[in-house]
Design a protein around this ligand. Sequence first.
Ligand SMILES: [Zn+2]
Length: 473
Amino acid sequence: MPTPRVDIVVHGGQVVTATDVLDAAVAIRGESIAAIGPPELLPPADRYVDARGKYVLPGAIDCHIHLGPEYDDWTAGPIAAAHAGLTTLLGFAVYDDRTGETLPQAITRLRQETERQSVLDFGFHFILFNQPPILEGVGEAVRLGVSSFKMFMTYKKRPPRMCSDDFIYRAMEVIAAHGGLAQLHCENGDVIDHLENRALAEGRVEPRHFPATCPDWAEEEAINRAIAMGAMAGAPVYVVHLSTALGLARIKQAQGRGQRVWTETCPQYLLLTEDEMERWGPLAKMGPPLRRADGPDRDALWAGVAEGYISSVGSDHAPRARAVKEPGWKNIFVDPAGRSIPFGAPSVETMVPLMFSEGVVKRGLPITWMARVLAENPARIFGLYPRKGAIRPGADADLLIIDPEPEGIIRVADHRGMAGWTLYEGWTIRGRPWMTFLRGRVLLNEGRLEQEPGYGSYLVRGRPQPPLAGAVR
Ligand SMILES: [Zn+2]
């Protein structure tokens, strides 16, 4: 029998999964993990990576990212994300409704374009506009590997974004029939539109006036509606970017009844407050808004991720050029030409470092928590598990190796995205992504990328699987 050989052995580090921390080595052959075990029992390798003093996690997934025209494109965005420790991106995609493009046509087009651009592995969530004919393509979309579909319950002034309840319910039935997942941006768009119009009429248009037009109960109400419709339609429901304690309570109730309702939050809702509106003005405008500093929301969200009710963390990276945001200093809602001041902020370059520094180091969450919310649970929910999200034989050899020691300061000068600003400017962080692997190749190596745009593969995703839940400590 010939002696088995592997390509790479990563040894000396602590291997972190969503449930365990092991002193073990990881053997990689080709694009996959071949074995995990004591280094002396693993086959000889062509290359050894000494990860002493470091954590070896499954490759990190950003399951909520906006890339494309008006944001970072699919070349620059993945490069920025790769430098920040990510290996897989699940981006929001839109079909061209002006040309009558169907979902299957849009998937084929965007897949071909993105395969030439992305250095990271990628998949798409498709945004469904309030256009019933688009639902005819859902079944084929699922067969083409797109199993999650996002609908907006708000943004009334930007038709056809905001979906009627009638449309959402019909979409959920179709999605359920084909084994997909319904993602909802849960805010009551009629109420928010009314509150915004009243603020405009009364001249309350400074940045600090924005959050009050999107009250927490508007998120809670929409979450409750989405849960009720999901229950009746038989569709699993995924609440994107949860921002409130009230909304979390509704989700917990539904999970307690055994309903397939899962949620994510984002670093900005865990870490920032509406006080940022004073400092950053329109740059801190996002939907849902940052919540009150003296309110219950941040603590509830930290408890929610620690207790396992919130399954995942996504960046909601939605970078915008300063020039399109800055008119919002004068009027946070509309610019002089009547266009909405855009929502969104850059986030993908700070997510992994902040979740390690603020979650693990500062708040004492176990390192397994990071593997859960940034790898295994997004992989499960979005139909990638166990190919992604896991360190186990047969899985893609995607690794995020974190050096826990270095201290650093977040500076936009070190970022690569198009925004040119970050709401975390000057924050001190501990730890950094030291090395990553994507399908068996070194991707990030002490700050340098070793792969090129186009290395990334399109991921054909399957049905959603329930995420890991329960307390992480
Ligand atoms: Zn988003």
